[in-house]
Design a protein around this ligand. Structure first.
Ligand SMILES: Nc1nc2c(ncn2[C@@H]2O[C@H](COP(=O)(O)OP(=O)(O)O)[C@@H](O)[C@H]2O)c(=O)[nH]1
Ligand SMILES: [Mg+2]
Length: 317
């Protein structure tokens, strides 16, 4: 039924809880198709009700395991939850050790949980552009809680910050970890810090490192808590969810939520503009005569700036 359904019928079905209809909408939106854009425009007025929690950290830190534990915590209250996993090595995308897969299968059988893993390729404009679109869909169809798992390397940690109301930074014990966190720019974006794998040595040192570094940030109205967690056993996971709720209350009562969301919506807008420009340029370079112009630059018959202007003029049309 869903494959040939009209956009309105799809939206009505997805909002009523039809997961196949929802998956179809997410795919259309993820691809950056015109139909997806229309669905996003229709959904826009109903967005804003979800609380988005981003989890970021290095591959292997335990983000997926922690996410799974948070899903359990959310479900204990009967609340529906959607998970967006943008980590290509994520258990959600099938690259899991058996234990993780079994945990996720339990959630997969739960209709109150919707899990979407996003491949690192195949998005118009890349993951940075696709993630906020998918989050907007899940928000628009009525999920009150959305968890977004992102690998905290390169540009992605910035993305998770602009995509989330609350950002949870996940690290593991070990020397230098605190320094790595600072270097990666994660100190600034974390609202809650998790030192996962607390069943291993040197947990206290990493917790202490992070707390000292956060204290150097001065007397801020929100002091991010640093929590020791064993995601595999669930130890400390509820405290993480409680910290997210505290942060939520802080943002809501301080009035900072509105400005944070405005920054997020503007970041999505700018990412979409950049993605559109990149895509147009790519088209000219591949399908237009971009390669011919590049050959002329290489041959020295035209200067690179004139050549660039030519390509951009074509991308405009
Ligand atoms: N010892 C220990 N291992 C953990 C813990 N949390 C996760 N792991 C393991 O670390 C590996 C990576 O976990 P995963 O959740 O996939 O990490 P991600 O790449 O950050 O999503 C898996 O083998 C997990 O079982 C923990 O608290 N303690
Ligand atoms: Mg993962």
């Amino acid at each position: 039924m869903t494959s040939a359904a009209s956009p309105d019928a799809l939206l009505a079905a997805a909002t009523a809880g039809d997961r196949r209809a929802l998956a179809r909408i997410v795919s259309l939106v993820e691809e950056g198709s015109a139909a997806g854009d229309e669905l996003l425009a229709t959904l826009h007025p109903t967005t804003g009700g979800a609380w988005t929690t981003g989890l970021t950290g290095a591959p292997g830190a335990g983000k997926s395991t922690l996410t799974s534990g948070l899903v359990t915590a959310v479900r204990a209250a009967g609340t529906e939850v959607a998970v967006v996993a943008v980590d290509p090595s994520s258990p959600f995308s099938g690259g899991a050790v058996l234990g993780d897969r079994i945990r996720m299968q339990q959630h997969a059988a739960d209709h109150g949980v919707y899990i979407r893993s996003m491949a690192s390729r195949g998005h118009l404009g890349g993951l940075a552009a696709a993630t906020p679109r998918v989050v907007a869909v899940l928000d628009g169809v009525g999920f009150p809680e959305i968890l977004v798992e992102t690998v905290g390397v390169g540009q992605d940690e910035v993305d998770v910050a602009t995509n989330a109301d609350t950002t949870v930074v996940v690290v593991t014990p070990g020397w230098g970890d605190g320094v790595q966190v600072a270097k990666a720019g994660l100190l600034e974006i974390g609202d809650v810090f998790v030192v996962n794998k607390a069943d291993r040595p040197a947990v206290g040192e990493t917790v202490g490192d992070l707390e000292r570094m956060l204290e150097m940030g001065g007397d801020l109205p929100w002091r991010p808590p640093v929590l020791a967690v064993v995601a595999t056993t669930g130890e400390g996971v509820e405290a993480v969810w409680e910290a997210v709720q505290l942060h939520r209350r802080y943002l809501t009562t301080s009035g900072l939520l509105a400005s944070r969301r405005t920054a997020r919506i503007l970041a999505a807008f700018e990412a979409a503009v950049r993605a559109g420009l990149r895509e147009r340029t790519r088209r000219v370079m591949q399908d237009g005569d971009g390669e011919g112009v590049a050959a002329a630059v290489a041959a020295g018959t035209v200067d690179p700036w004139t050549a660039a202007r030519r390509v951009l003029q074509r991308a405009d049309g």
